[in-house]
Design a protein around this ligand. Structure first.
Ligand SMILES: Nc1nc2c(c(=O)[nH]1)N[C@@H](CN(C=O)c1ccc(C(=O)N[C@@H](CCC(=O)O)C(=O)O)cc1)CN2
Length: 312
């Protein structure tokens, strides 16, 4: 672990009051780790462009006018640009049909100038989101949302990881959190977060318990966890009293107003390490997206080179 990954004490958290009697968790600083990941991706993007004359390119697809989704897409485009990654923006009206969206994603999948595709979740309710995700070429699924990516995560095979889950694992590794044999409790079972993060933890030999809105005695189960991943989508849902002293708490919530799924003030007095919101998991999501876009460009270029070599 580099100095940049040393946990912050509460005293270092700008704007947060602390008292000498506080027993507080160290902070897992996603912003700093994400900056390192993005800097490396930017170097690779530049080297790729110098070598091939082609700029790695991410296509973002936004359906409808949800302001939060529009903000996240803008953040992804801005950070791509800063990292020397090109972006193509597709914005579709809220009344877009599943067939129209699928056609658009297939078109981007066939476009050799596009290396990665991101469909912003959630799409409007009338759209079959699974059908839309599956229209993304698995080789361009840099957001790790296709069944192909999920199977690769489940079988611990190389492939693109779902970005938030992949970012969470990188944070745990950077802070030397032992995963093998640890009991990880995942709260939430969404296809982009809860389900894949459990698969990745399992691949790292953690013992994983999935919980969700219908789980009985949730607090009692959470209290047995060495690692808690809160991905439930409800602001301040996880209370300090639910935590085992010394637990590592990953708050993957992104509720309105930059509020996480964990009651931070309570949890930090019980946990050993905790991700803040903002500044924890969120920045890692975008960092993984950019890193995987460069991976995709490199892999696609190798495939083209190989095909050309096979022809000669
Ligand atoms: N196709 C996808 N859709 C969605 C994903 C995803 O990974 N793929 N994740 C979420 C939202 N999300 C990205 O889309 C996201 C949410 C929050 C952040 C973030 O960095 N938040 C900051 C605070 C915001 C700010 O700086 O203004 C933080 O936590 O520090 C990034 C990405 C749903 N949809």
């Amino acid at each position: 672990m580099t100095n940049a990954h040393m946990p912050l004490t509460s005293e270092e958290v700008a704007g947060r009051p602390s008292s000498p009697s506080d027993v507080t968790a160290g902070l897992m600083r996603g912003t700093e780790l994400a900056a390192e990941v993005v800097a490396k991706a930017a170097d690779r993007a530049q080297a790729f462009q110098q070598r091939t004359g082609v700029q790695p390119c991410l296509a973002t697809v936004l359906v409808g006018d949800d302001p939060a989704s529009a903000t996240y897409v803008k953040m992804k485009q801005n950070r791509s640009k800063k990292a020397g990654i090109g972006s193509v923006s597709v914005v579709l009206p809220a009344e877009t049909t599943t067939d129209e969206l699928v056609a658009q994603l297939e078109k981007l999948s066939d476009d050799p100038a596009v290396h990665g595709i991101l469909l912003q979740h959630p799409v409007p309710g009338h759209i079959d989101e699974r059908a839309a995700f599956e229209a993304i070429d698995p080789g361009k699924d840099v957001d790790g949302v296709t069944m192909h990516a999920f199977a690769a995560m489940a079988f611990d095979e190389p492939g693109f990881r779902s970005c938030t889950p992949g970012g969470i694992i990188r944070l745990l590794e950077a802070y030397d959190v032992p995963l093998a044999g640890a009991h990880a409790v995942v709260i939430g079972r969404s296809p982009i977060l809860g389900k894949p993060v459990g698969m990745l933890l399992l691949a790292s030999n953690a013992t994983v318990t999935y919980t969700h809105s219908k789980t009985r005695d949730l607090a009692d189960i959470v209290r047995t966890a060495d690692i808690v991943v809160a991905a439930v989508g409800r602001a301040n849902f996880v209370k300090g009293s639910w935590l085992k002293p010394g637990a590592v708490v990953i708050d993957a919530g992104y509720n309105e107003g930059n509020v996480g799924d964990v009651d931070f003030e309570e949890a930090r007095q019980v946990a050993s390490l905790i991700t803040p919101v903002p500044g924890g998991v969120g920045p890692m999501t975008i960092a993984l997206l950019l890193e995987q876009t460069v991976d995709a460009a490199e892999r696609q270029n190798e495939t083209v080179q190989q095909a050309e070599a096979d022809l000669t």
